[in-house]
Design a protein around this ligand. Structure first.
Ligand code: FAD
Length: 445
């Protein structure tokens, strides 16, 4: 018998339930990836992610070849192409990992219509605990992190599956060439499962608990692109970290729980990729010039500009900087989170619908934060998380000569270079910018 495995966000051989089940139930396995124009049309195939994805697919193909298989790439509508390949090969089963987005759900429904009970959808590939596996008594998902975290710690977890062997992919199947793409970032992390596993092994997270918020120390794992494309299984990674132990590992697993938390919210409420999780009172302020200054890293607030420039140059941004820059747009400039989130998605190599949109909503006060009115004052944040200004000096080099903390308040400094902009809004109001007259709703974004 023959089984098709449709790869989506699970570009790995280790702990891959769909691939493992396909091999266990058939003599021959056809691994498939479909380049779907719908993803490009939705703006999701942004250059940095497309380039990283291309590298991951090449790596996946090489790994599959070592296991006696190879990756077949087809172009077109995913459900149609998969059904066509299943018909061509006489596949008895087609395996795919369950997704959480509205797009993934529709894809599953269409695959189900085309393939009937030959389709096998595998839960628990994307997250360590599958969405819906734990939920409060009276609803289908957790809206607050702390009780979710407690429930997550009690939830059963799968023993990681070994990579399958002897896939016996038949010869002679027609495939498209592996895709290629050029990133806008200067350099991207090495793509693929092998690189992901090496990155984990080489990362010494012992001081993670102390350092993960220190912007200049850059002490986080940088595993997010690998988790987004599934080069690493979140389930396996959580267990590897737990086995490593210590306070660093505990804090690290907590971040993986945040990832699962946002995924279970999106799975239950796919509309929150665009719609507010909690409706917000009042409109948003709209000012294209202010938005462009934020986007281009020219707000005159060095800590904000440093984050935005790190994003543009590298396709990645430190979590603390994501919080500060997003809060500046939504809470200090009072602008709608959606264009901000779209700008992040355009650049982030780890750009992820669940993590990006729901973190943005958390920051903007439309999401799951239990204190939706909190504002991260960029100056207080800068003093706390970049105390000697080393992060700003790295990303805003024209300010490099400003000593110590003076770098966070260039408007007060005699060393301020002429080409660095004035602060976009009065510095003393960044924590609580008063918008006396928000425009009426019809004029808001
Ligand atoms: P580490 O600190 O090493 O954490 C390990 C892993 O845990 C990460 O790789 C990630 O998968 C997960 N994680 C950590 N923090 C969070 C979090 N707050 N929410 C969800 N998962 C988390 N993360 C993305 O993967 N994609 C995004 O598009 C994304 N957009 C964000 C937008 C905003 C406004 C904010 C505030 C955060 C966003 N995050 C996003 C979460 C977080 O910033 C990144 O996951 C993290 O910076 C990635 O770096 P790391 O792998 O070194 O993280």
């Amino acid at each position: 018998t023959l089984a098709v495995v449709l790869f989506t966000q699970d570009l790995r051989l280790h702990d891959n339930p769909a691939l493992y089940a396909a091999r266990a139930g058939a003599d021959q396995v056809v691994p498939l990836f479909v380049t779907d124009p719908a993803i490009a049309a939705a703006g999701f195939a942004a250059p940095n992610r497309a380039a990283f994805l291309a590298g991951c697919l090449a790596d996946l193909d090489a790994a599959l070849r070592r296991a006696g298989g190879r990756l077949l790439v087809r172009e077109g509508d995913t459900a149609e192409q998969t059904a066509k390949l299943a018909a061509e090969t006489g596949a008895a089963t087609v395996h795919v990992a369950a997704g959480v987005s509205g797009y993934a759900r529709r894809r599953e429904q269409r695959l189900r219509r085309a393939l009937g009970d030959r389709l096998r959808v595998h839960e628990g590939s994307l997250t360590a605990v599958p969405p819906g596996a734990v939920h409060p008594a009276d609803r289908d998902h957790y809206a607050v992190f702390t009780p979710y975290h407690r429930a997550w710690q009690q939830a059963p977890r799968r023993t990681p599956l070994p990579p399958p062997r002897a896939l016996h992919t038949p010869e002679g199947l027609r495939g498209a060439p592996l895709p290629t793409a050029t990133p806008t970032a200067r350099s991207l992390p090495d793509p693929g499962e092998g690189a992901a596993r090496r990155a984990w092994q080489h990362w010494h997270g012992d001081r993670y608990a102390d350092l993960h918020d220190d912007l200049a120390a850059d002490g986080t794992s940088h595993l997010s692109p690998y988790l987004h494309f599934g080069c690493l299984s979140a389930n396996e990674l959580a267990q590897l970290a737990e086995r490593r132990g210590g306070p660093g590992a505990e804090a690290f697993v907590r971040q993986l729980v945040w990832r699962d938390f946002h995924h279970q919210v999106l799975a239950a409420r796919p509309d929150t990729a665009h719609a507010d999780y909690r409706p917000r009172k009042g409109g948003w302020h709209r000012d294209a010039r202010e938005f462009e200054a934020w986007r281009d890293g020219r707000t005159g607030f060095p800590i904000v500009d440093a984050g935005m420039r790190q994003l543009a140059e590298t396709g990645w941004m430190h979590n603390r900087a994501r919080l500060i820059t997003a809060s500046f747009l939504a809470k200090s400039l009072h602008q709608d989170w959606r264009p901000g989130a779209a700008h992040f998605l355009h650049h982030l190599v780890d750009g992820d619908l669940a993590n990006n949109q729901l973190n943005w909503q958390w920051v903007a006060g439309t999401g799951t934060d239990t204190r939706p009115n909190r504002v991260l004052n960029p100056l207080t944040q800068a003093d706390r998380y970049d105390p000697d200004g080393a992060y700003v000096r790295r990303w805003v080099p024209e300010l490099a000569d400003l000593p110590g903390r003076e770098i966070h308040r260039p408007w007060r400094s005699p060393h301020r270079p002429a080409d660095y902009p004035d602060p976009l809004i009065a510095p003393e109001t960044t924590g609580h910018r008063v918008r006396a007259s928000l425009r009426p709703p019809e004029d808001t974004l």
